[in-house]
Design a protein around this ligand. Structure first.
Ligand code: ADE
Ligand code: ZN
Length: 337
């Protein structure tokens, strides 16, 4: 990848639509917060924790990710974690970010829902003031827990709805199909929330079909296994359904053996509105621009791919239409320099 293309991709205006804020907790911050809060960790130091970041599949990652999140107790902790992510996103020229958070990971340990959402929301509001970054919060339900638990979480979120733009579905995919959450998503739709779901990361194309047809989601998170089903790929392309793809995550969690095997270029060639995102940057070896660089280098992608991906990121976002048009014009200007 030549320096000119690298500068073009790193500097282009972009939106990040698939970032789990708990997955942005760097090992150093995990240890700082553990010390601040008197939380015991099973790793002696930062190095030992980093050494543990060798995953065989999604579940092996989730086990460590939930352990890392156990250091988060106060509103200030959630603020500090989110601010650290937003500094990195700003440095990568992210203009808009839709942040996933997992309230059940915290409320299940006795942390008040308000501490979680107010800390994250406060940092996002301050990033708007400081850098003009726009964005919103997407509350994810943990799919390994029951639908009843998801409904109880939605109940806790009701007083905070103005701070949430949508809901998602994450955690262990195998054995937890989207249709397990039919009623919860129907209720969220009635409340006017945007709907997204992880599907087709490790799970089969059938999970993407049911996320679309049963949950009626507006974006698919990951979705990379869609190419195993030509009718599904055609459906995604013709409907303009966006996929939030996370290349480094897919390699770390062994969805693809190596970055050169990733199907991002094939997705784009098939006319699917794919976007590039970081998923859990502290665990997977990089933030959004690291993902762009890795995949551009490995797949020999070019300037046209970059422009398409920048445009897709804003088009797939939940920003108001007038703001979307303004951002698309900024992309156009960047590529006409
Ligand atoms: N939670 C955090 N990262 C995730 C991923 N990649 N898939 C499912 N759940 C997650
Ligand atoms: Zn994810």
């Amino acid at each position: 990848m030549d320096q000119q293309l690298r500068d073009l991709v790193c500097g282009m205006p972009k939106a990040e639509l698939h970032i789990h804020i708990e997955g942005s907790l760097e090992p150093e911050l995990i240890f700082d917060l553990a010390r601040r809060n008197g939380v015991a960790l099973s790793w002696p130091d930062v190095e030992a924790l980093r050494q543990a970041y060798s995953f065989t599949d999604l579940q092996s990652f989730l086990d460590i990710y939930y352990a890392g999140a156990s250091v988060l107790l106060t509103q200030q902790d959630f603020y500090d974690m989110t601010w650290a992510y937003l500094e990195r996103a700003h440095a990568d020229n992210v203009h808009h970010v839709e942040i996933f958070f997992d309230p059940q990971t915290h409320t299940g340990r006795g942390v008040p829902f308000a501490a979680v959402i107010d800390g994250i929301h406060g940092a996002l509001a301050d990033a708007g003031t400081r850098w003009g970054i726009s964005g919103g919060l997407i509350m994810c339900f943990l799919r390994h827990l029951s639908e009843e638990d998801a409904m109880a979480t939605l109940q806790q979120a009701l007083p905070h709805l103005e701070k949430i733009i949508g809901v998602g579905l994450d955690s262990s995919e195998h054995g937890h199909p989207p249709e397990k959450f039919t009623a919860a998503f129907a209720r969220c739709r009635e409340l006017g929330l945007h709907l997204v779901a992880h599907a087709g990361e490790e799970g089969p194309p059938a999970y993407i079909w049911s996320a679309l047809d049963v949950l009626q989601v507006e974006r698919i998170d990951h979705g990379v296994r869609c190419l195993e089903d030509p009718a599904l790929a055609e459906r995604l392309a013709s409907s303009g359904m966006a996929l939030t793809v996370c290349p480094l995550s897919n390699v770390k969690l062994r969805v693809f053996n190596e970055i050169g095997d990733h199907n991002l270029a094939q997705l784009l060639d098939a006319g699917i509105a794919a976007t590039v995102n970081s998923d859990d940057p502290a665990y997977f070896g990089g933030y959004i621009n690291d993902n762009f660089i890795a995949v551009f280098k490995a797949l020999g992608m070019d300037r046209e791919h970059a422009k398409t991906l920048a445009r897709n990121s804003f088009n797939a976002s939940f920003m108001p239409e007038h703001q979307k048009q303004a951002k698309l014009a900024e992309v156009e200007a960047w590529f006409s320099r």
